[in-house]
Ligand binder design. Structure first.
Ligand code: ZN
Length: 287
């Protein structure tokens, strides 16, 4: 298979759309290829519209939503690892032996190494240690993606394919200041949230290395989000096209470039995407 330009490795069907659908659209418009490895099937998620699914059907329904969303985003490869969604921290689903939280770390890492060596991505994007908002699946797949990117380039895993060294590695980033500002917004999921909680969410804006202005593809990004119909309904504040929440979610996407044990490419595909700005050129005006 030809090399993929940008590979996302995340936890749930919809993690890719909320944070990255705009980047995927801009990349596709430039002839860059994107792909997604999704670790779980999202069966612990909510069902916003009971007409769409029942709990036992939710995994299959979310597979379908993800495929529809990814077709719109121009994705060229989609792989599901098929672990069970571990649910929010502290819920009984955390203890299900099939869930990602309970899975053997070496086994999950081996799946990721095989995917990286097979797809040969120039760039990988994974979750950082805070998992944006602390979901245990985000934290776990982020930690193991960090490990797999390094192991894919080493000969520690014989039998898992030819070694592959990515050009650059990024973590997902949500500007913490934006999340904190939304605690005054009655429509935000973080309305009146305690500061000790908010101070653990997202990443400080000063640490964000790349701000991608997705305003030119905002309407199509919104259409991609709405494909995840069991997770977002039209009465969600994000769906209100006149709200600040909507403008923030559709108009800007952010990532943090990380050092690798080898030299990263300066002109990797993410930094090359149209309307991408280095830190502090868009800054707080975009929060
Ligand atoms: Zn998620």
């Amino acid at each position: 298979m030809n090399s993929i330009d940008i590979l996302y490795i995340l936890a749930h069907p919809d993690d890719e759309s909320f944070g990255h659908a705009g980047t995927m659209l801009l990349a596709a418009g430039m002839g860059l290829t994107t792909a997604y490895v999704c670790a779980t099937r999202g069966e612990a998620g909510e069902i916003r519209d009971v007409a769409l699914s029942t709990k036992p059907q939710l995994a299959a329904r979310r597979d379908l939503e993800l495929r529809r969303a990814m077709r719109r985003a121009g994705l060229v490869d989609l792989r599901l690892l098929g672990y069970r969604d571990s649910g929010m921290d502290g819920t009984p689903e955390n203890n299900d032996p099939r869930c990602l939280m309970q899975a053997d770390e070496d086994e999950v890492t081996a799946h990721l190494v095989v995917a990286i060596r097979d797809m040969r991505p120039r760039v990988v994007v994974g979750f950082g240690p805070e998992g944006v908002y602390g979901h245990p699946d985000h934290i776990r797949i982020g930690k193991l993606t960090d490990r797999a990117v390094i192991e894919a380039a080493s000969d520690a895993d014989p039998g898992l394919g030819e070694l592959w060294r990515v050009e650059a590695f990024y973590h997902v980033a949500a500007p913490r200041e934006r999340l904190i500002a939304s605690r005054n917004n009655p429509e935000s999921p973080y309305y009146q949230a305690p500061m000790e909680v908010l101070n653990r969410l997202g990443s400080p804006a000063a640490e964000i290395t790349h701000w991608i202005d997705t305003g030119s593809v905002a309407a199509e990004k919104f259409a991609i989000l709405m494909e995840h119909a069991t997770q977002i309904s039209s009465d969600n504040p994000i769906a209100d096209q006149n709200s600040d929440l909507h403008k923030h979610f559709m108009g800007i996407e952010t990532v943090i470039k990380h050092d690798l044990p080898w030299e990263s490419a300066a002109n990797d595909p993410i930094s090359h995407i149209r309307d991408t700005y280095p830190a502090n050129t868009v800054g707080y005006n975009a929060l």
